[in-house]
Design a protein around this ligand. Structure first.
Ligand code: ZN
Length: 144
């Protein structure tokens, strides 16, 4: 069962969850956005503002605590920590071996791990589900 809107008191509520990754979404982990308009851009520059775009790493997956599951999003340093690679290395691996191969190698490790995650929950109004923006996490050695 997915976490429901009714389970939280407010948008951006702080939560702490423990659980296993049941899956990772195999999306492009490195996006580019314009630092000025904050919109996603495809190339090196925002064509509207003619300034260099910035990179943003996002990794998303589903954490299940045994009774329910929720979507978790790891940004920037948290995403790097989760993968165990720096942004440049991630780019390099994807360029060389492809996205699927990148995800296969990190899934092998992550899908067995038990994690404690702290973050804020937001409601995705589009499909009425909840998503966690991770602010802190650690892999636990054993199930508590
Ligand atoms: Zn722009």
């Amino acid at each position: 069962m997915r976490w429901k809107k009714e389970w939280i008191n407010k948008d951006k509520e702080n939560i702490s969850i423990k659980g296993y990754f049941t899956r990772l979404f195999r999306k492009d982990p490195i996006l580019r956005f314009c630092p000025k308009c904050k919109k996603r851009v495809e190339g090196e520059k925002c064509t509207i503002h003619n300034i260099e775009s910035e990179k943003l790493i996002i990794l998303s997956g589903i954490i299940d605590d045994g009774t329910s599951s929720i979507i978790v999003n790891f940004f920037r340093q948290d995403a790097e920590k989760l993968v165990g690679m720096k942004e440049e290395e991630i780019e390099e691996v994807i360029k060389k071996e492809g996205k699927d191969s990148f995800y296969e190698s990190i899934e092998q490790r992550l899908l067995k791990g038990f994690f404690k995650i702290k973050g804020t929950v937001k409601v995705n109004d589009y499909n009425n589900t909840l998503e966690v923006t991770v602010h802190n996490f650690k892999e636990l050695k054993e199930v508590i």
